[in-house]
Design a protein around this ligand. Sequence first.
Ligand SMILES: C[S@@+](CC[C@H](N)C(=O)[O-])C[C@H]1O[C@@H](n2cnc3c(N)ncnc32)[C@H](O)[C@@H]1O
Length: 461
Amino acid sequence: MVANYIVDELPRIIENGTKKAESIKNRHLNMPMREREIIQPMGLNGDKISIGERINRFYNADNLVTIENLLHEGYRGRIDLIYIDPPFLTKTSYKGRSKVRYKDTERVVEYFAYDDRWEDGLIDYLKMLYTRLYLMRELLSDKGSIYVHLDYRTVHYVKILMDQIFGRDNFLNEIIWSYKSGGASRRYFSRKHDNILLYSKTKNYIFNPQKEKSYNRDFKPYRFKGVEEYKDEFGWYTLVNARDVWPIDMVGRTSKERVDYDTQKPEKLLERIILSSSNEDSIVADFFAGSGTTGIVAEKLNRRWIMADKGALSKVTTIKRLVENKSLPFSIMSYKEESDKAGRLSIDNVEKVVDNKGQEGLRIELGDYHLNINNIDIRGKSRNTIEKIGKNDSLALIDFIGIDANYDGGIPIIGWQDYRRANKIVIDSQINIFNKGLKGNNIYIKYIDIFGQENGTILHI
Ligand SMILES: C[S@@+](CC[C@H](N)C(=O)[O-])C[C@H]1O[C@@H](n2cnc3c(N)ncnc32)[C@H](O)[C@@H]1O
């Protein structure tokens, strides 16, 4: 019954989705986005790139609006690789977790990251994806390819949509990412893999074969002529071109990579994808960025990147990861005006100071953070904890703070940052900035709380 219904719906999804995508492609830009700020991570290794040349951008918005903006900004046909990891139709609401200081202890609070619940189930889900996939194809270069990361719930239906948009001839692989962690079932085989569909745009696509180990049987070298053999603790092996089954560990509880964003993908997985299907200086895009794994790995591999995610938690998680990684300067793009619902940070004092070497600097004393908890999707115990912290120790709720110490009234260039991390769960209330020559009298302070709510203040000295 249900299967028939979906089969009946597919032609409609394709026809209406194509019409919608074509009208978006051809209309005047509906919701223009703005560059809100440029983040220039501290400790960045030299001036590898001037701010004017940078491409790397995080769009904090729905990806349909993002893609429309990119088409208008001249990105049509310029992106070599798109990786997407959309929601999987799990009927779940996903969370992020933060350790926050509570009196002299630490508490873990959980709060909303993103929803994967769909009113009309699979049909709604496929409608959402079809229009976006159709428009992503426009952004791909002629050498480009796209990886669509799914699982058993939707892959067979999305394959049909992809065949329609990209052509069956351009279907290159269904990659099986196999892993071990997670639960097990007594009623069916344990589900321990995801499916990644790989399509190219044309036949002239970038593909750099990656090598993997292939172990010889019987722990002996084969000694084939001209074939190099190696040995490790598991036996003798040769290096062969990688297969389409990829055993890669998930980001587990104890993993160093872990940023406590549900559904975070391992860097190793992205590394293989980016190395295989892009070159240095290629633009790599991810329109369901989550914790920002694609941008982090693209950056490490000298690619340029564009990411989008509509979630507030995704934005703050990604910014912190990029700053920690000392990434090249990147822009935050959005169309929303600052919300008056966001929390407010009071500043107790700002002054110019001189250190013992005679260097001029700035000293800023932070006051309290005033948060309206009713604006946040947080329940139960975590809510009580946050209310108490808000009254007694409110700075513990600030996740990221960034400063443009020479603010010129234009787009802030955030060249100083502090943020909560595993070994420092509260930012300092006194900020000293000595490493930038101070030219003017205006300072811009941007702050984001642990829920991803952001705000900014201009100070005059
Ligand atoms: C499965 S997660 C991605 C995880 C990511 N690969 C990582 O390594 O962290 C899916 C993400 O898509 C975002 N998302 C869902 N629908 C979206 C939309 N229409 N526009 C932008 N982002 C969306 C969610 O906020 C969520 O962060």
